[in-house]
Design a protein around this ligand. Structure first.
Ligand SMILES: NC(=O)c1ccc[n+]([C@@H]2O[C@H](COP(=O)([O-])OP(=O)(O)OC[C@H]3O[C@@H](n4cnc5c(N)ncnc54)[C@H](OP(=O)(O)O)[C@@H]3O)[C@@H](O)[C@H]2O)c1
Length: 323
């Protein structure tokens, strides 16, 4: 029997099921690790917005070894990672000892990172990498000025801070928890710590321009004020709504400062973009530092950890040990 965390109409529970429940994907994976992201926290605590069909195995990421494959890109025994691509939304996810997936958007574990580190980075880390790659591809470079990271103690924010600092950017890290985590953010490479309150409230359409780029995972007024503080021709990436899905902004920064607002979608990113993001992570992440910011939990612990994540009780990344 296989077991995993299944979301049904009444909530999420740990269940046993036979292989027929896994569906008809062509690649069978013995899952070793998954991780906990904001979306996982919503799914396992019964909040709406992620799981679109039930019953469904939760977990937007999986890392494991290939057991059987009808896809010539893979051979039995290969380590494989799949992030997003409908997992835990419309397809069974990674919180299971065995999965059957469509592996077209899966990538191999990149050189320089262990399977465990890849899972610890997970969707949050890979999304941080997509955001940094986008800022750089829009022409922002370290000499242009600091990059603001919002929600900096979270998964996306922590990894973005590390990647930007390694790439030579000055990082201004914004957090609602300066007292508890200011030192943590400095240890990741942030050179300025910005209290979240400084970015809250309705601000003017154009404010003092100070950031060459922004990695935002918070949305709402924080994102609007970040856009209003972006230097001419700077780029703001938006990937999240940890604060709000609203965007109470004006067009002034776009039409008077040439600011670019770039959306980041990790779920359906192309295979090429995924490979680029994982390559950047393999170069830009210090595995020992990643280890220090990673908590480990068993599959049984994901519901409690999900509640903690949504109520501000976690920081950094949470690795889920499946088998
Ligand atoms: N577009 C995509 O493909 C994609 C991929 C990954 C994640 N996301 C989204 O990105 C967001 C962050 O994901 P994550 O996994 O990094 O979550 P996380 O680990 O929970 O981090 C979110 C951070 O946001 C800040 N925050 C929390 N509540 C807030 C509030 N009410 N107002 C302002 N800031 C708040 C906190 O940082 P501080 O305490 O430091 O302020 C928190 O640590 C989520 O909305 C997630 O769905 C999107």
């Amino acid at each position: 029997m296989v077991h995993g965390m299944v979301v049904e109409d009444g909530g999420a529970t740990l269940k046993e099921y036979d292989e027929a429940f896994l569906g008809d994907g062509g690649v069978v994976v013995d899952v070793v690790y998954s991780d906990l992201n904001y979306k996982d926290a919503l799914a396992v605590t019964g909040r709406p917005g992620v799981v679109r069909t039930t019953p469904l195995i939760a977990g937007i990421d999986l890392v494991g070894t290939v057991a059987e494959t009808d896809d010539p890109r893979w051979s039995p025994g290969d380590w494989i990672v799949l992030n997003g691509a409908g997992l835990s939304e419309t397809k069974h996810g990674g919180y299971t000892t065995r999965a059957r997936i469509d592996a077209k958007l899966a990538v191999a574990i990149p050189d320089g990172l262990s399977p465990e580190s890849v899972a610890a980075l997970g969707t949050a880390g890979y999304t941080a990498a997509l955001s940094v790659l986008r800022i750089v591809s829009e022409g922002v470079s370290p000499g242009d000025g600091p990059v603001l990271v919002t929600g900096a103690t979270g998964g996306v924010g922590s990894i973005a801070t590390m990647l930007l600092a390694t790439a030579g950017f000055e990082v201004a890290a914004s957090t609602g928890r300066v007292d508890r985590f200011g030192d943590y953010l400095s240890s990741l490479g942030a050179t300025q710590i910005v209290a979240r309150e400084e970015l809250e409230g309705r601000g003017k359409p154009l404010q003092k321009a100070q950031y060459a780029g922004v990695v935002d995972s918070v949305g709402g007024e924080v994102l609007a004020n970040a856009i209003a503080r972006t230097l001419p021709n700077g780029t703001v990436t938006a990937c999240g709504l940890a604060g709000s899905a609203a965007l109470p902004a004006t067009v002034m920064p776009f039409i008077l400062r040439g600011v670019t607002l770039a959306g980041i979608d990790s779920v359906w990113a192309s295979l090429e973009d995924r490979a680029d993001a994982w390559r950047l992570l393999s170069k830009g992440i210090d595995p020992q530092q990643l280890d220090l910011m990673t908590s480990r939990i068993p599959l049984e612990g994901v519901i409690a950890a999900g509640e903690q994540l949504l109520t501000g009780g976690l920081h950094g990344r949470t690795l889920v040990e499946i088998s």
